[in-house]
Design a protein. Structure first.
Length: 357
């Protein structure tokens, strides 16, 4: 492929390893090819003394990365049930997520647009995430019968109060001010100043064990006020309704609460896969006090169970992304129909478990 056609671009400039997700028409959705290219390049950059930091960007003016490109997973499940993409895509993606989390150099994501799902896995685990006025965050996996993976169990369970549960179940979207307040991003920099910020990082001395602190100092020169966040005023309701031991309890809390906000959240939940909500809640409980590596192992077990052709994931993809009839037939169809055995099945060890050194 010519460089202009490559799905992901790599360049070294001014001591920075520059990565550009290069599928703007697809909102830079992450493919298996892009994941493999990342794993091919970034370990070498980590060891290269000529590279002082990595900067990750998305091509175009709409998205950083809208998530994983899951259409191929659906296609394989129908046309080639014995295929390995459903195994390999997530295995390799989670390896990259963990590499970013443990990266020995500053990993700086410049997020100028949509950042959802798999895109969050590339940004939130790095040392620095920068959000512009076009930033839009969500973990929307439950809308297609899945769960917030790519380390969602780790970072969502560590957010204030019940915010992580709320975001995981409802796919609620956050703009820069709220993401900054919650600690999901580290700074707000206007889109018009990103090129100037990158140039400043290129000229900065980032050597030494305090490289991250030096990046902080550069970001502080460009940081702007994103405005007043909306989340603080919502947290009382979020904690009251979503601090619960079960999905049924969350539903009951929302039914008892008064006001349009509770009604809106309840309506949103009632459209989702009951099984997806149950395994998501269990995921956040189990990962709240686990290491990042343990979290990724747990999530790999969960996602491989979800790759069974009869799982709600494929019905969700069909209804929302393939046929687009917006009428998924969940199994079971009700919260009450989800058994403990159904949930526990997602957490059983695999013969090909994802295990880190």
């Amino acid at each position: 492929m010519r460089m202009s056609e490559a799905e992901i671009l790599f360049e070294v400039k001014d001591g920075l390893g520059l990565i550009t997700l290069n599928r703007p028409k697809a909102l830079n959705a992450l493919t298996h090819v892009m994941i493999l290219e990342l794993e091919k390049v970034i370990p070498g950059w980590e060891k290269d003394p000529a590279i002082k930091a990595v900067v990750l960007r998305g091509a175009g003016d709409r998205a950083f990365c809208a998530g994983g490109d899951i259409a191929d997973l659906y296609r394989e499940s129908r046309e080639n049930p014995a295929g390995t993409l459903r195994r390999d895509f997530f295995y390799d993606e989670y390896i990259v997520n963990r590499r970013i989390y443990r990266y020995a150099k500053p990993w700086i994501s410049l997020i100028d647009g949509i950042d959802m799902g798999g895109g969050v896995g590339l940004s939130v685990h790095g040392s620095h995430s920068v959000a512009t006025e076009k930033f839009l965050f969500a973990m929307p996996e439950t809308t297609i019968g899945l769960f917030p993976d790519v380390g969602g169990g780790y970072f969502l369970s560590r957010l204030p109060g019940a915010l992580g549960v709320f975001l995981a179940l409802t796919s609620h979207r956050l703009k820069a001010a709220d993401a900054l307040w919650a600690g999901i991003v580290d700074a707000h920099v206007p889109s018009a100043r990103l090129a100037e910020l990158q140039a400043a990082l290129g000229t900065a001395d980032l050597a030494g064990s305090d490289a991250n602190r030096k990046v902080d100092a550069v970001l502080a020169r460009f940081a702007a006020d994103p405005g007043r966040p909306a989340l603080p005023a919502l947290m009382r309701d979020v904690d009251r309704c979503f601090s619960a031991g079960s999905v049924a309890e969350i539903k009951a809390n929302l039914e008892k609460a008064s006001g349009d906000w509770a009604k809106k959240q309840l309506a949103a939940l009632m459209k989702l896969s009951p099984l997806s909500m149950a395994i998501t809640l269990e995921q956040l409980k189990r990962c709240a006090n686990r290491s990042f590596e343990d979290t990724m192992t747990i999530e790999y077990r969960m996602v491989q169970h979800a790759m069974r052709p009869d799982h709600d994931f494929f019905e969700g993809v069909r209804a929302l992304l393939i046929d687009k009839d917006q009428k998924p037939k969940w199994n079971p169809p009700t919260i009450e129909g989800v058994t403990r055995d159904m949930v526990e099945a997602h957490f059983k060890p695999l013969a090909n478990d994802l295990v880190f050194d």
